[in-house]
Design a protein around this ligand. Structure first.
Ligand SMILES: NC(=O)c1ccc[n+]([C@@H]2O[C@H](COP(=O)([O-])OP(=O)(O)OC[C@H]3O[C@@H](n4cnc5c(N)ncnc54)[C@H](O)[C@@H]3O)[C@@H](O)[C@H]2O)c1
Length: 310
C-alpha cells in the first residue's frame, strides 16, 4: 500500500505505532486518532508528518474529524486485555463496542473502502483443539473476548450492509519494539523487563504450557495485506503458526544462561489455556499472510530495544 490516505485509531500504541512507521515509510498520508490512555506520544516522535487527532473513539466529532478523506481505516484503539476488562468491564464495552460503532458510522459516511480491525485470539475462550482454526468454538471467557467478538461482528455486518469492506485480524500473542511493561503486560515484556531490572519472574505451573508468539512486523504485514485485498471480508488468525513452551521462551530470553534471571514458580493460574497454536491456512488463502520473523531473532531484537527503553 502506497500513497494512500489512511486513519490509524490507536496509532500511538504498541502495534499502532509500528504500523504507522511502516505506513510513513511507504509514503502514505497518515492520521492517528488516539487519547493516549495506554499509548505514548513519544512513539510518534519520529514521524512529524503524522496528523494527530488527540481524541476518543467514543467521541463522534473527534472520529469524524480524524476520518476526513480516509480511504482505509486501521482500527486498533481499544481497551486491551482480559484482566483490564475484568477490572473495568463497562469501560471495556464502551470503548470496544461503542467506539467501534462510531468508527464504522464515520467510515461508511465518508465512503471508506476498507476497515481492518484488530481482533484477538481471546474470542475463542477455552481451547478445545489445536491448531486453532477460525471455526473453532467461540466461547470467550472474559468481557474483553466478548467485546472483541462484538467488534468483529459489527465490522462484518457493516460490510454486508454498506460498500465498506472489513477484515478482522485475530492476533495471538504479539511482541516487539514499543511493547512496554505494565500491569496488563504480556509475558515477553514482563520477563524481559524483570530480567533487565534483576527482579524475579514467576512461571505459573510447570512452564511446559505453550504459546504462539507473533512478531509485530508480521502483524503489520497482515494489516497491510488485509488493506490491499480487494473483495475480501472475514476474520482470520494472525500468528506465527509455531508454538513454544514458556520454559523454552525463558531460555531464549536469557540466551541459555539461566543465571541471568531469577525464576520463581507459582501455581497454575485458573483460566490460563494449556496450549495455543494458530492454523494460518485461511489467512494465507485470503490475504496471502505468511509469517516471516523467527522467534529467537525477534526476542534478541526485543531485548536490545528494552535495554534502551528502560
Ligand atoms: N498486543 C497483543 O498481543 C494483542 C493481541 C490481540 C489483539 N490485540 C489488539 O490490538 C490492538 C492494539 O493493541 P496494543 O497491544 O497495541 O495495545 P496498546 O494499548 O498499546 O494500544 C491501544 C491504543 O489505543 C489507544 N486508545 C485506547 N482507548 C482509546 C480511546 N477510547 N480512544 C482513542 N484511543 C484509545 C491507546 O492510547 C493506545 O495508543 C487492540 O485493538 C488490541 O485489542 C493486541
Amino acid at each position: 500500500m502506497e500513497n494512500k490516505k489512511v486513519l490509524v485509531t490507536g496509532g500511538a500504541g504498541f502495534i499502532g505505532s509500528n504500523l504507522v512507521k511502516h505506513l510513513i515509510a511507504t509514503n502514505n498520508s497518515v492520521t492517528v486518532l488516539d487519547n493516549f490512555i495506554s499509548g505514548y506520544r513519544s512513539n510518534l516522535d519520529f514521524f512529524p508528518e503524522v496528523h494527530i487527532v488527540d481524541g476518543d473513539v467514543r467521541d463522534k466529532n473527534a472520529v469524524e474529524e480524524a476520518m476526513h478523506g480516509a480511504e482505509v481505516v486501521f482500527h486498533l484503539a481499544a481497551s486491551v486485555g482480559n484482566k483490564r476488562s475484568i477490572d473495568h468491564p463497562i469501560l471495556d464495552a464502551e470503548i470496544n463496542v461503542i467506539g467501534t460503532l462510531q468508527v464504522l458510522e464515520a467510515a461508511r459516511k465518508n465512503g471508506v473502502r476498507k476497515i481492518v480491525t484488530s481482533s484477538s485470539a481471546g474470542i475463542f475462550g477455552e481451547l478445545k483443539t489445536i491448531p486453532i482454526k477460525e471455526d473453532h468454538p467461540i466461547e470467550p471467557d472474559s468481557p474483553y473476548g466478548c467485546t472483541k467478538l462484538c467488534e468483529e461482528k459489527l465490522c462484518l455486518s457493516y460490510a454486508k450492509l454498506y460498500a465498506l469492506e472489513a477484515v478482522c485480524l485475530r492476533y495471538f500473542n504479539v511482541y516487539g519494539p514499543n511493547q512496554r511493561f505494565d500491569a496488563y503486560g504480556n509475558v515477553i515484556p514482563i520477563f524481559v523487563f524483570k530480567m533487565i531490572r534483576n527482579e524475579p519472574i514467576i512461571i505459573f505451573g510447570d512452564g511446559e504450557q505453550t504459546r504462539d508468539f507473533v512478531h509485530v512486523d508480521d502483524v503489520v504485514q497482515a494489516n497491510i495485506k488485509a488493506a490491499d485485498s480487494i473483495g475480501i471480508n472475514g476474520a482470520f488468525n494472525i500468528a506465527s503458526g509455531k508454538r513454544v513452551t514458556i520454559n523454552r521462551l525463558v531460555e531464549m530470553i536469557t540466551k541459555g544462561d539461566l543465571n541471568k534471571i531469577k525464576i520463581e514458580h507459582g501455581p497454575e493460574r485458573a483460566g490460563d489455556v494449556r496450549h495455543s497454536l494458530a492454523d494460518l491456512t485461511l489467512a494465507f488463502e485470503n490475504i496471502k499472510y505468511s509469517p516471516t520473523v523467527d522467534l529467537e531473532a525477534g526476542i534478541d531484537q526485543y531485548v536490545s530495544w528494552a535495554r534502551n527503553a528502560i
